[in-house]
Design a protein around this ligand. Sequence first.
Ligand SMILES: Nc1ncnc2c1ncn2[C@@H]1O[C@H](COP(=O)(O)OP(=O)(O)OP(=O)(O)O)[C@@H](O)[C@H]1O
Length: 486
Amino acid sequence: MAGLPGLALPGLTSSAPTARAPVFAAPQLAAPRTEEVPARSELRFEVAFHKLFKVRLIRGTAEIFGTELAQNVTYSFTGTKAAIFTWEGCSLELQGEAESEYVDSETDAMVEWLNVHGMLDTLREESGNNGGPRVLILGADSSGKSSLAKCLTAWAFKVGRTPTVLNLDPKEGGLAVPSALTATTYASQMDIESSSWGQSAISGPSAIPGRTPLTYHYPFSSPSDNPDLYKALTTRLALAVTSKLEEDPQLKTSGLILDTPTTLNRPQDGYDITAHLVSEFSIDVILVLGSNRLYNDMQRRYPAGSGPDTPAILRVSNSTGAVARDENFLKAHRAAQIRSYFFGDPRGGTGVALNPHSVTLAFSEVAVFRAVDPNASSMKADFLPGQDDDDDEYDPSAADTGSSDRLFEKVEPAQHLLNAIAAIKFAPATASQAQIRDAAVMGFVYVAEVDEARKRIRFLAPHPGRWGDRVLVVGEWPAGVGDLVS
Ligand SMILES: Nc1ncnc2c1ncn2[C@@H]1O[C@H](COP(=O)(O)OP(=O)(O)OP(=O)(O)O)[C@@H](O)[C@H]1O
C-alpha cells in the first residue's frame, strides 16, 4: 500500500477545531471556602462527571498520590475520586461541587506506603550492576493498586529517580486509551489533576512535560480473555523495557513498577499470567494489597529463601479511602480518558485543550484488521464482513502463537467500524499475523464517519502526521464512544 494521503478538511488545523470538541460548560461556582487539614490526614473527595471541584493550597504542604501541590495554583477536578494528603497539616481553599468530601485521619496506609518507598529506595542505593527493584503490585478490586503505584512513582521521582511504570491493565490504558499496555519512564512530575496517569505527548502539548509511552495493543478487557495474546505482548514489553534499562544506568537503578489488573488475583486464570509477568520482568518484589488469600498463595508459590531469583512477597495495607467505582462511573471514566486522548483537557486549570486532526481516506487506502476473540472465533468466522476468500488458508505465521487459530482477520471498512478506536501499528499491510501481533503502537485513531456510498472513511487522529503503510487494528475493547464527536 502506498503512502496514505491525509486529507485535511478545510479549517481543520491545529489552530481551529477539527471536530466539535465536547464543550465543558464551566458551571457557576459558589464562593470558595477554606478547609483546615490536620497533619497526617487527608481530604477525600468524589467529583461527578460534568461537575467541577477546585482546590488551591494556601498554607503548608500537601500531595495527591505522592505528587506535591504547588501553593496558590488552582487545580480543577472532574470525574475523579481522590485524596489530598498532608504530612504536616495544610489549609486548602475549595470551590465547587463534590458528591462527597471529608477529612479523615485514618491514614496509616500512607505511612506504610512511604516505608515501602524507603525500602525500595534502599534497594536502589544498593543495587550495583543488578539494577533497582522490579516491583509487581497485585491486589483486590479497588484496593488502591494504581494509587500505590502512583505514590511510589511520585516519591521515587522526588528523590531523583526515574522509575519506569508499566500499566498492564487494559481497562485503564495508562497514558493512552483503554486497551493500551504501556511502559513509561517518569522523569518529570506527574499530573495532579488527572484521574488516570495523565496525558501522553502523542496527544499534543500539555502543561506537564510530555511523555511518550511505549505502547502495545491488547483489545480485550481482561488478560484472561486472550491469555496467549496478553502473554505475547507482555513479553514484548519486557524485552523492550529491559533493553532500554540496559542502555541507561539511571533507568536501571530506578527500576520498574508494574500496575496490574484485578483479574490477576484469580487463582483459576490469573496466577498463570502473574507467573509469566514475574519471570518475563524478573520481578524481585511483589506487593500484595488487601487480600490474605492472594498473599498466602503468593508466599506458597515463591517461598522465602528458595533461591536468588525468588521475589520477596510483602503484604501492604489497602488505601483506606479507596472507593469502588461502579460500572457507570468506569464507563464514563473510560469515555473521558478517550476524549482527553483526542481533545486534551478542556477543564481549564492547568489542562490544555487540543484539536484532533481529521483524516479522510478511501476504503482502498486502509488495511484494517480485527483481533479475533479466541472464545468466539468459530462463530465469527462465517459472519464477519470483508472476509477474503483465502482467509481460511493456513497462515504459517500463526504457528508460533502455539495455536493454529488466527489472531487477526482482515475486515473491509463498513458501518461496523463507526466509533471504533483503532491502533495504528508499526506493521505494513503485508505483515504476517505474528508481526502484526508483536508490533508496537504508533498511536490511536477514532473512526468518526464511514461513507459506504462514496467508500470513504474519516478518522480523528491526535497527530497530524500520516501513518503511511501501516495496519489499523480494532478489537472488542474498548467499546466505541458514540458521542465523541457531535
Ligand atoms: N485515600 C483515598 N481517598 C479517596 N479516594 C481514593 C483514595 N485512594 C484511592 N482512591 C480512589 O479510589 C479508587 C480506587 O483506587 P485505585 O484505582 O488505586 O484502586 P485499584 O485497586 O487500582 O482499582 P482497580 O481494581 O479498578 O484496578 C480510585 O478512584 C482512586 O483514585
